[in-house]
Ligand binder design. Sequence first.
Ligand code: EPU
Length: 352
Amino acid sequence: MQYIESSDHMTIQENVSLKAYNTFGIEASARYFVETSSTKDLQQLIKTPLYQQQELFILGGGSNVLLTQNFEGLVVKMSIPGIEVVEENENEVVVRAGAGENWHEFVLHCIARGYGGIENLSLIPGTVGAAPMQNIGAYGVEIKDVFESLEAVDLQTAELKVFKHEDCKFGYRESVFKNVLKGKYIITQVSFRLSKQANINTSYGAIEETLKEMRSQSNYKARTAIEEVSEAVIQIRQSKLPDPKEIGNAGSFFKNPVLSAEKFQVLKTDYPQVPGYPLEDGSVKVPAGWLIEQCGWKGKKVGNTGVHSKQALVLVNHGNAQGNEVRKLAMQIKDSVWQKFEVEIMPEVNII
Ligand code: EPU
């Protein structure tokens, strides 16, 4: 490792291992690597010749990426810190956070102050800056439900731009930053409009059941409603999803496919047990985890890789797996789902 350029705030390093920077725990290196902890630093970086000559990869928490090769360009690790209240009234508060803040710690920070709206998104790995990119969601809530605005730096001109809700074009695991504006901006700050009144959403899956169980335990301590929901979500996630500190993974590897009503009916005729969640436009979202499980993959080990035993949507690194091995397994899974159901499943993680 060699230091090739530095200022008071920033050091560009060469040949840096990315193993500690991706939750799959895959070994790959970056030709150049820099960590930025302020918007100003980032704007300065964009003006350097090195930046302008290199292919770029922006890294948040590394929890949604599969590295299949060494990266020959510049990796920018976003570490902008800070959480502040920028607007407040009797009922609501707007909280602005730096892109580098850990998502779950940010959630806990808000819960501790009685700010509700993101408690269902507890324990999601990653950073605040990455959250709007794919409109993270869990247990009936998505970022778009509480999103106020974000600030992002133009990767060409270094200018700062504010994006309002409608500018972001949020969809299921989608935003404008994954589509038309892909590779054009770096998100530096995100603001959320949160509620001071507990407006909890416990309709999804096992939340109600888990809450009941929690309350019936003899050592139960009274908590606020949003604390309770957060705790229930944490329990559910811990029971299904592997902790990246123990076993490398990037959460759901695939998106849940959305089928037309007609296609879903055909599937339902052949497989009456297929679960489906109807969407507003009449289409139906089918859990990819179910499709994958039906193909016999759940809990399977293939070399150093595998499919998690408690949630078939999660691919894991059993230790020393290479990115290509995981990709190969993912392709085999995708093919088998297609063979059996004629349904195409698409990766949710970013494959580099
Ligand atoms: N299912 C199976 N087998 C499995 C897994 C799931 O049959 O191995 C079926 C069951 O019918 C189950 C249903 O799928 O009831 C839904 O499962 P789950 O509640 O675990 O949710 P999911 O649709 O598999 C999505 C998100 C998760 C998020 C959960 C909870 C996507 C791609 N994934 O998974 O997000 O935590 O809902 O809201 O939308 C992530 O993005 O990394 C992630 C973990």
